[in-house]
Write a protein that binds this ligand. Structure first.
Ligand code: NAP
Length: 497
C-alpha cells in the first residue's frame, strides 16, 4: 500500500478534482434542468461538490441511449472473450486510480481511508475482474430430449438494467451490480445515492477509457423519489437491481407490478445474529463481535448487531467485548490509523442517537458509549455503543439502526439461540461461534439467513453468492449466481429427420 499520512491525505483532499456531472452516452453531462445538489463531507459537514440532479427527462434520454446500444449489439453481441478484456482493463484502471477513488469515497461517505483503500477500491476491481474473467467460461445447455430433437437452453441478457444503490458501500455495491450485468451483455444505468454519488461517476469514465462502448454504462445522480421512481416504473427498462432499505425495496416491487413487471432484485436490510457459545474461542469471538458491529460505523447491512451470548459466559464475554471496543475510537477518516469514522450525515446520526434513547427507555442497560463525540469538527461522530439486558422484543433488537450500536441478548441452549436468531423480519447474515462442530453446524443449518459464518464474521469472497432470506431481499450478488439475475433463460426446440 502506501506511505500516505494524515497530512498527505489532507493535502490530496484539498487538491482533488471532483467531477459532479452525470455520465451519459460516454460523456460528462449536466442535468437538463441545470439543477445540482450539494454533497457534503461527513467528517466536517463542509461542501465537497455540487452534483447534477437528474430528472425523469434525463433518465428518458439515458434509457434511449442504453436501448440503442443494446439493440445495436455493440456490447451485447460482442464475443464474450472481448467483453472480458474490456472488463479486465477496467479493473486494472480502478487499481491504477485506487488512491483517488479511495479518497473520493472517504470524503463522500466518511469511511476510514484505510478501509476505502484496503477494502472498497480493491473489492470493486476484484468484482469487475472476476465477472469479466468468468464470462467466456460459461457454457450453455442441451436438454435430455428424445432422438430427432434438440432442446437448446441458452441465456440472453435482459436488455436495459437500472441499478439503484445506497450510500454505505457506494463503490463496492455498485461494482457488485454492474460487473455481472455488464458481463452478461446488458446496458446499465446506475442511480447512486444522493449523498454519495462521486465514485460511481468516476468509475463510469474509467469504464469508457477501458473501451466500454458509449451508452452501455451510464450514471445518473438524482433524487430517489423522482429519478429512482421513474427508472423503476420505466416501461423500457427490463431489469432493476437494488441495494437499500426494506421499505424502499417493497416500493420497487410495487413499481415493477405497476409498470412492465421488470425483473426486480433486492438486497435489503438486516439485524444479524452473532451467536456465542460458552465453548467458543472467546478471545477471537470478542474481537470479531466488536468488528461485526463497529466496522464502517455499523452502517453495514450484515452488521452483527444482535450479540446473542450463552448465559454461563455472559458477564465475562461482555467484559471482553467492551475491552475490544476501546480500540474502536472515532477519528478523522483521512488518518490511516482511524478505524471508525463519522456517520454519513446528520440524518443518520440523528437516527442513531434516537435509537440510543429508545434503548434506554425500553430498560436496556447502556454498558458502553452512547454519546456524540468530536463535536468541534462539524462532523457526525458517534461513540461505539453497547446495550446489555436486551430482550429480543425490544425495538433495539428488532429494528435496523444502521449505526455503531450493539444489543446483547442472553440464551441458555442451542434451541433458544436459534429461536432468538430467527425471531426477526430479516434474514441477511449471521454467525455462530463454538469449538464443537456439531453444535456450530446444527445452529448454522437452522438460522434462516443468506450468509452464515462459523467461527468468523464477514467471511466470504467473490466465489459465493450474497443476499437475503425473508425481508432482507431476493436475488443474489456475487458468484456465478449473480449472472442468473441479469439473464433470461431461452429454450430453442429443434426437430430433424
Ligand atoms: P434507501 O433509503 O433505501 O436508498 C437506497 C437507494 O434508493 C438510494 O439511491 C435512494 O436514493 C433510492 N431511493 C429512495 N427512494 C426511492 C424510490 N421511491 N424509488 C426508487 N429509488 C429510491 O437506503 P439507504 O438509506 O441509502 O441505505 C441503507 C439501507 O441499505 C439499509 O437498510 C441497509 O441494510 C441496506 N443495505 C443492504 C445491503 C445488502 O446487500 N443487503 C447492502 C448495503 C445496504 P436517494 O439517495 O436519492 O434517496
Amino acid at each position: 500500500m502506501t506511505d500516505m499520512t494524515l497530512a498527505t491525505w489532507t493535502a490530496a483532499a484539498r487538491d482533488i478534482q471532483i467531477e459532479g456531472r452525470a455520465f451519459i452516452n460516454g460523456q460528462y453531462t449536466d442535468a437538463l434542468s441545470g439543477e445540482t445538489r450539494p454533497t457534503y463531507n461527513p467528517a466536517t459537514g463542509q461542501l465537497i461538490a455540487e452534483v447534477a440532479s437528474c430528472s425523469p427527462e434525463d433518465a428518458d434520454i439515458a434509457v434511449k441511449y442504453a436501448r440503442d446500444a443494446f439493440e445495436s449489439g455493440v456490447w451485447s453481441n460482442m464475443p464474450p472473450s472481448e467483453r472480458k478484456m474490456v472488463l479486465v482493463r477496467w479493473a486494472e484502471l480502478i487499481e491504477v486510480y485506487a488512491e483517488e477513488l479511495a479518497l473520493l469515497e472517504t470524503l463522500d461517505v466518511g469511511k476510514p481511508i484505510s478501509d476505502t483503500l484496503g477494502i472498497d477500491a480493491p473489492a470493486a476491481a476484484r468484482t469487475i475482474r472476476w465477472s469479466g474473467e468468468a464470462i467466456d467460461k460459461v457454457y450453455e445447455q442441451i436438454a435430455p430430449t428424445p432422438g430427432g430433437s434438440l432442446g437448446l437452453i441458452t441465456r440472453l441478457p435482459l436488455g436495459v438494467v437500472a441499478a439503484i444503490v445506497p450510500w454505505n458501500f457506494p463503490l463496492s455495491t455498485t461494482a457488485w451490480k454492474i460487473a455481472p450485468s455488464l458481463a452478461t451483455g446488458n446496458s446499465v444505468i446506475v442511480k447512486p445515492a444522493s449523498n454519495t454519488p462521486l465514485t460511481a461517476i468516476r468509475i463510469a469514465e474509467l469504464a469508457s477509457e477501458a473501451g466500454l462502448p458509449d451508452g452501455v454504462l451510464q450514471v445518473l445522480p438524482g433524487p430517489g423519489g423522482s429519478l429512482g421512481k421513474h427508472l423503476s416504473t420505466h416501461m423500457d427498462i427490463d431489469g432493476l437491481t437494488f441495494t437499500g432499505s426494506t421499505p424502499v425495496g417493497k416500493m420497487l416491487m410495487e413499481y415493477s407490478g405497476q409498470s412492465n413487471l421488470k425483473r426486480t432484485f433486492l438486497e435489503l436490510g438486516g439485524k444479524s445474529p452473532n451467536i456465542i457459545f460458552a465453548d467458543a474461542n472467546l478471545e477471537k469471538a470478542a474481537t470479531m463481535a466488536a468488528m461485526a458491529v463497529f466496522f464502517n460505523g455499523g452502517q453495514t447491512c450484515t452488521a452483527g448487531t444482535r450479540l446473542i451470548v450463552q448465559d454461563s459466559i455472559h458477564d465475562e464475554f461482555v467484559a471482553m467485548v467492551i475491552e475490544k471496543t476501546k480500540s474502536w475510537v472515532p477519528g478523522n477518516p483521512l488518518d490511516p490509523d482511524t478505524a471508525l469514522g463519522p456517520m454519513v450525515d446528520q440524518g443518520q446520526f440523528n437516527t442513531v442517537a434516537s435509537y440510543v434513547a429508545v434503548g434506554l427507555s425500553e430498560g436496556a442497560t447502556l454498558a458502553y458509549g452512547g454519546k456524540q463525540v468530536m463535536t468541534n469538527t462539524g462532523g457526525f461522530y458517534h461513540e461505539p455503543t453497547i446495550f446489555t439486558g436486551v430482550n429480543n422484543q425490544m425495538r433495539i433488537a428488532q429494528e435496523e439502526i444502521f449505526g455503531p450500536v450493539m444489543s446483547v441478548i442472553k440464551f441458555s441452549d442451542a434451541e433458544e439461540a436459534v429461536q432468538i436468531a430467527n425471531d426477526s423480519i430479516f434474514g441477511l447474515a449471521g454467525a455462530v461461534w463454538s469449538e464443537n462442530i456439531n453444535t456450530a453446524l446444527k445452529v448454522a443449518e437452522k438460522v434462516r439467513v443468506g450468509t452464515m459464518g462459523i467461527n468468523n464474521y464477514f467471511g466470504g469472497d467473490m466465489t459465493v453468492p450474497f443476499g437475503g432470506f425473508k425481508q432482507s431481499g431476493n436475488g443474489r450478488d456475487k458468484s456465478m449466481h449473480a449472472f442468473d439475475d441479469y439473464t433470461e433463460l431461452k429454450t430453442t426446440w429443434i426437430e430433424f429427420e
